[in-house]
Design a protein around this ligand. Sequence first.
Ligand SMILES: Cc1cc2nc3c(=O)[nH]c(=O)nc-3n(C[C@H](O)[C@H](O)[C@H](O)COP(=O)(O)OP(=O)(O)OC[C@H]3O[C@@H](n4cnc5c(N)ncnc54)[C@H](O)[C@@H]3O)c2cc1C
Length: 387
Amino acid sequence: MDKEDLNAILGTVRDFVREKVVPLELEIEADDVIPDSIIEEAAHMGLFGWALPQEFGGLGLNAYEDALLAIELGYTTPAFRSVFGTNNGIAGQVLVNYGTPAQQQDWLPRLASGEVIASFALTEPEAGSDPSGLRTRAQRAGDDYIISGSKRFITNAEASDVLVVFARTDPEAAGSKGISVFLVPTSAPGVSIGPHDRKMGQAGAWTSEIHFDGVRVPAANLIGGEEEKGFHAAMASLNKGRLHIAAICVGQAIRILDESVAYAQEAKQGGEPISRFQLVQAMLAEMYTDIAAAKAMVLASSERWDAEIDRKLGPSSSKLFASEMLARVADHGVQIQGGMGYMRESAVERFYRHARLFRIYEGTSEIQKLVIARQLFKGAHTPVLDF
Ligand SMILES: Cc1cc2nc3c(=O)[nH]c(=O)nc-3n(C[C@H](O)[C@H](O)[C@H](O)COP(=O)(O)OP(=O)(O)OC[C@H]3O[C@@H](n4cnc5c(N)ncnc54)[C@H](O)[C@@H]3O)c2cc1C
């Protein structure tokens, strides 16, 4: 995309986030829902399809542009970006990279416009960090598949029209082999979606359990038209998602820093603003430095993604560093506000709780470390030393 168009999008999103969404944060927290008016405006701005190709009605942003957008979106509650995050990210990218032309034509324009919501249904009770252990079964029956099993923690499930479901088509195949991926409309008989979970943070972003009880889908719903593509499709989608999540962490941390600088200049102790205390200044300086390092890392890794130089080390190390960075920044943010930082009406208290998730989903910090080490043993260290 040319720079002028990109800057116009970033500017519009920045203004929208700061002027329209930030003032609603307490309402979103209390009601556990993103208001429809905000969702409609987001659809109007093209946010349901920022990462989907232009030929299907998306904005077609590349990974670098996506990271810049994510930094803007990350300035407010991450629940806002979750509304359209699955359409662009983990669910949408499976269709973009693995869907047949007919599947793409059928679904991507509706995902990009926000007419339909898609969820990515991989995680199961005993298959989270290691999805190769998944047990959901898809059995061929004539021209159909019959799907049975359960998923948990699935973002947007309750609002979804279609699920991107990973299921085992070959029960004999070991580990990651034998896993395929299907499009399953939530209206299909046998799909039941539980009430949304009560979570620590990110109110307004919903996750639920899903049960598939003999759900019949036509073979045309097998993504890519071939069995056993599921594991690779899931991993490719998650790798790109890790860059996006890292950039969201940067946006969250920038917000916490802004809140902290403002608070330090206003709040007084002993008649002096606390910004005069060098130990408070030290916390702010560490926060700034941490954020600047994470931002540089995620942008450099996103450029290498676009240049197809590295699609594993950069995403995993960026997600690891940025999510751990956010934890440090959120902790300082609360500390700088003292007792006020522990109160429910304080923004840093909410962001402290939001932050905890980023070290868990789309691959825990431990899993990112394993991916990084595996890449180092494969001799993939050169790209990271190049930037
Ligand atoms: C709010 C939220 C939204 C989510 N959205 C989705 C979604 O939309 N779609 C979806 O499919 N999933 C989703 N998830 C699931 C999420 O991706 C998993 O929770 C995550 O991958 C961790 O899996 P787990 O919860 O099963 O934990 P486990 O895998 O059981 O991990 C427990 C602990 O063991 C550690 N561990 C596990 N394996 C290893 C290992 N080999 N070596 C070292 N340590 C290890 C982990 O790092 C962690 O500390 C969501 C989760 C949450 C909380």
